[in-house]
Design a protein. Structure first.
Length: 250
């Protein structure tokens, strides 16, 4: 639990550091989009960056036979960001004949901790796999139980103003989320100490020392629930993947 808290602190610090960095993306020739795991994944991510946002082009990383390629591309990017799956572009294989020796197949996993997300070679071309395509709706629904439309309510130019390279509305949402997490922490402690605590102590006849340990336990439980609450709702803010990688994965 302490490690989780430290991770979240590091993530907050990293958020400020990340604000001063830029993604080193450059446009890729459409004819080369599906020549390797690198080109397929790179194309998908590049055309969903704020300065080069073209979901239709990002959808080219999916097989032409796939319906709603644009929607799937956007949802997959949101899954990657919300899960903290930061993709190191420089480490993606550029060989069209790339072969994964562990699976004994022409596939490449973005992160082996997420075995449903990978690209595969189909007739010498690389696309996101059929397994990934089938998994996207369910993964997206679990990660964003309340949807991703929160940004719609902050379309006014003032909310799109960037502070340390992060939109203003995201700072507001983060502050509200932190406040709600703090509220959950105090609420759990209040219920534990004022309602359940007295009942347990009176029936079990705890000593003062045991009661003190019980209060510490209630604080720990409150902290765990508050952190879980924060981690559950954090993806809704749609912070950069690099930041979520620290907060979510640790």
């Amino acid at each position: 639990m302490i490690n989780k808290i430290r991770t979240m602190i590091r993530g907050t610090i990293f958020l400020f550091c990340f604000a001063f960095t830029n993604h080193l993306f450059a446009q890729i020739d459409s004819a080369l989009v599906n020549t390797s795991p690198y080109s397929a994944i790179y194309n998908h991510l590049y055309y969903l960056q704020p300065d080069s946002y073209q979901p239709a082009r990002a959808g080219m990383s999916f097989s032409p036979a796939v319906k709603d390629r644009r929607k799937l591309a956007v949802q997959l990017k949101q899954i990657l960001d919300g899960s903290g799956l930061y993709v190191d572009i420089n480490r993606l294989p550029k060989e069209g004949s790339y072969f994964d020796s562990l699976s004994n197949s022409h596939i490449y996993f973005i992160d082996r901790d997420h075995p449903l997300i990978y690209v595969e070679r189909m007739d010498s071309l690389w696309f996101y796999s059929r397994t990934t395509i089938e998994a996207i709706p369910d993964l997206h629904r679990k990660l964003y139980p309340f949807g991703t439309q929160i940004a719609v309510y902050f379309e006014a130019p003032i909310w799109q103003t960037k502070l340390l390279n992060i939109e203003l509305w995201k700072w507001l949402a983060l502050c509200i989320l932190l406040f709600l997490s703090l509220f959950v922490f105090y609420l759990v402690n209040l219920v534990s100490n004022r309602i359940f605590g007295p009942v347990v102590r009176s029936r079990l006849h705890f000593s003062e020392e045991a009661s003190a340990h019980l209060r510490k336990l209630s604080h720990l439980i409150g902290l765990i629930i508050a952190v879980r609450f924060l981690a559950y709702l954090l993806p809704m803010i749609q912070l950069p993947a690099a930041t979520n990688a620290f907060v979510v994965k640790g």
